[in-house]
Design a protein around this ligand. Structure first.
Ligand SMILES: Cc1ncc(COP(=O)(O)O)c(C=O)c1O
Length: 373
């Protein structure tokens, strides 16, 4: 960086002494895994999102994989999902031998367009993996109706959406089973980690068995009822999760305030669109702050200009079907999902986290204004 100014990172976790205290308590207890802190974390999380059951796992990806397994996805099956997402929402079906089918997204919500999903349904379709991208809730009711009509499983990838609301209720509270993720850029973090919420006691039992090498509830340590995985979280991370949950309201409020500030600062900047506002059915939980550059703007030049001023930014998100391994394995090409592809060329994530300071946001806005002038 040549300007000598303080750099502004893309994201940063919000940690405090209470987190340290809780983690230390577990370390001192000697009970580092399969202990009571995990149960407590699950109880608190379930309560927080208004779901009857929650099972903690080692990552959001692990949670998505387990739901695909429970849905019975296998070779010859298709799972319809969003191209405008993080790769895990498509990979989870591939792990089970199923084929990912990408339906295009809505240009405004950036989430799966239910009409495109319906058009993509075939005799082989077995599941829909719907993503709440950037914390904006997906079209749950129409997707659920499609799933009921066609006998499909619906899996909600809510990895970016803890705290979001759909039609007046928290994401995770209405069903279907949903997966949340706790990587350090998320609304709350456990370092690595994830949580699956479910409304079925039976599924909850299965999740807990599958994450723990297929051990049966109440069975011995070396008794395995089914093929399972080591997708366990540990008590150290669960303790951090509890600390984060305790202050989640504060974190969400700070993120919301930062987003509001950005939207005000950027309202009159030509050449970009700020993120979609909430409406009666959709309340976003702020995960990232992603602007859409106008067609014709040279995004690379904007990124370089921000970087020159010590400001991190990122090309969020590339379309999954155009990743090299997807092209090679399935022959996907440009033109398959034009809305997603257009977004992928034009969207840019700005520095965004709970403790982002107002004057740093002003710096970002000024740098963007200059880069787009
Ligand atoms: C939409 C989406 N799905 C899945 C994941 C996977 O979560 P994890 O990184 O915890 O495996 C993430 C987060 O990285 C995500 O943003």
């Amino acid at each position: 960086m040549s300007t000598g100014v303080r750099s502004i990172p893309l994201s940063s976790p919000y940690l405090d002494e209470r987190d340290e205290e809780l983690v230390l308590e577990v370390l001192r207890s000697g009970r580092l895994s399969l202990g009571p802190t995990i149960d407590r974390f699950e109880e608190l999380f379930a309560e927080r999102v208004g779901a009857p059951y929650a099972a903690a796992v080692s990552s959001g990806t692990a949670g998505l994989h387990l739901l695909c397994r429970i849905a019975g996805l296998g070779s010859g099956d298709e799972a319809i999902t969003s191209p405008y997402s993080f790769v895990a929402s498509a990979n989870c079906a591939i792990y089970e031998g199923a084929t990912p089918v990408f339906a295009d997204v809505d240009a405004e919500t950036m989430n799966l367009d239910p009409a495109a999903v319906e058009a993509a349904i075939t005799e082989r379709t077995k599941a829909i993996v719907a993503v709440d991208i950037f914390g904006y809730p997906c079209e749950l009711d129409p997707l659920q109706a499609l799933c009921e009509r066609h006998g499909l499983a619906l899996i909600q990838d809510a990895c970016e959406a803890l705290g979001a609301e759909y039609r007046g209720a928290p994401v995770g509270s209405q069903g279907p089973s949903a997966v949340f993720a706790f990587y350090p850029n998320k609304q709350m973090t456990t370092g690595e980690g994830g949580m699956v919420t479910t409304h079925s006691e039976e599924e909850w039992g299965l999740l807990k068995s599958l994450r723990n090498q297929g051990r049966a509830d109440g069975g011995g340590w070396l008794e395995h009822a089914r093929l399972g995985y080591n997708y366990r979280i540990d008590d150290v991370r669960a303790a951090l999760g509890i600390g984060q949950l305790e202050k989640l309201d504060r974190i969400l409020a700070l993120r919301q305030a930062a987003a509001k500030r950005y939207s005000e600062l950027l309202a009159d900047v030509d050449g970009l669109e700020v993120p979609l506002a909430d409406d009666a059915d959709h309340v976003r939980s702020w995960f990232v702050y992603v602007v859409k550059l106008a067609a014709g703007v040279d995004r690379e030049r904007v990124i370089a200009e921000l970087e020159r001023q010590g400001i991190a930014s990122s090309r969020y998100l590339p379309s999954i079907h155009l990743q090299s391994y997807m092209r090679e394995s399935y022959g996907f090409r440009e033109g398959l999902c034009p809305v997603s592809e257009d977004l992928s060329r034009r969207t840019l994530a700005l520095p965004f986290f709970a403790q982002l300071e107002a004057d740093d946001q002003e710096r970002v806005a000024e740098a963007l204004r200059a880069a787009l002038a």
